[in-house]
Write a protein that binds this ligand. Structure first.
Ligand SMILES: [Zn+2]
Length: 349
């Protein structure tokens, strides 16, 4: 049986993926219209490499700029040293970092999708309002930043509902997208897709098609695609990768932006652009904050969390100079055949 994912309604891509991994993944509807500058209308997910052109604006493809909005003390690696009970007593730093991010996007005339914790909406609602007022998309990163692999389906649903309610009440906008903390919808936890669809979400962006301890869905398609789950459809926007030596290399941003050669990141977006398939970038606000309080953690966590923080802003500037970025919601029409809701909710802000 052919794997049968796939994507934007154009050239079907013959992916040799395990049937189990692709169970429930269906071919999409015909493309119903990418944004005008979405680039060429065909792509392939084969590892064949496209030429890399490391100059400004290598293609017209509009990639996805995404931000996981959380405080520096809320990362999963710090769970052993910062209890959730202590979150509200910790000094917060988003007021220092969010203006930098929002200003960069504004200067480049671009918008992004901000996967925000419900906790942030409740405790720092002005941050959510700043994001929305600047024209960006608000999506969910859960409420308590709990990895899906630590939750039962019922617990996941509760956390998801709490986050959606908090974010919608503050933003006045429908929340239709989700990213799991630490990309934790991994093989064996596909039930999370069912819960997402049942709770009214239209897309997920948690799949990281790499092999890595802790997370990764190495068999997941590396391009946006549609998941068919029990009669419901959910679009999936995987994190950017590139291929080297026959291996999928993570190149989506975050720690990889800070610790890998920038040429690897550029290569991933240039290849995706050459194929005409958007790639997904991500960053955390705390990654723009070299002065954040240091936590007493292992040398490995120390390395992953703190190395290269002083480079982040410059590297994002370079990326925004060389590629075009937009929100995920703006591309849903082309993947799912369903437009994102235009009208805000009736909530008052
Ligand atoms: Zn997170």
């Amino acid at each position: 049986m052919r794997g049968d994912v796939v994507s934007f309604g154009l050239n079907e891509v013959a992916l040799s993926l395990p049937t189990a991994q692709l169970a429930g993944v269906a071919a999409p509807r015909a493309r119903q219209g990418w944004p005008a500058h979405a680039g060429p209308r065909s792509f392939s997910s084969s590892p064949a490499e496209a030429p890399i052109i490391p100059t400004t604006r290598v293609s017209d493809t509009r990639h996805f700029f995404t931000v996981d909005v959380e405080e520096y003390f809320q990362v999963n690696a710090f769970e052993p040293v910062v209890s959730r009970d202590d979150w509200s007593r910790m000094p917060r730093r988003l007021d220092r970092t969010m203006p930098t991010l929002l200003d960069m996007l504004s200067r480049h005339g671009m918008h992004g999708t901000f996967f925000t914790l419900g906790w942030i909406a409740e405790h720092s609602p002005h941050i959510v309002r700043q994001i929305v007022d600047a024209g960006h998309e608000i999506a969910s990163h859960g409420y308590w930043h709990k990895r899906v692999v630590t939750l039962t389906p019922a617990q996941f649903r509760d956390d998801l509902r709490m986050s959606k309610t908090a974010l919608e009440q503050v933003s006045g906008r429908s929340v239709i997208g989700y990213r799991a903390p630490s990309f934790s919808i991994v093989p064996g936890y596909e039930w999370a897709y069912d819960v997402l669809a049942e709770e009214g979400f239209l897309y997920d962006s948690s799949a990281f098609p790499i092999r890595r301890p802790g997370y990764g869905s190495p068999s997941a398609p590396r391009v946006p695609h549609v998941l068919e789950r029990g009669g419901r459809r959910l679009a999936e926007f995987p994190l950017a990768t590139t291929s080297m030596f026959g291996m999928a290399i993570p190149a989506a941003g975050g720690g990889y932006l800070r610790q890998f050669p920038f040429s690897w990141i550029r290569r991933a977006f240039a290849q995706a652009g050459a194929r005409g398939t958007p790639a997904t970038f991500y960053i955390h606000p705390w990654e723009l904050d070299p002065d954040q309080p240091r936590m007493p953690v292992s040398w490995l966590t120390n390395l992953r969390h703190y190395r290269g923080l002083e480079r982040t802003t410059v590297l994002i500037e370079r990326l925004l100079s060389e590629f075009s970025f937009g929100t995920i919601a703006s591309a849903l029409d082309g993947v799912l055949g369903t437009s994102a809701p235009e009208a805000p909710l009736a909530h008052t802000r």
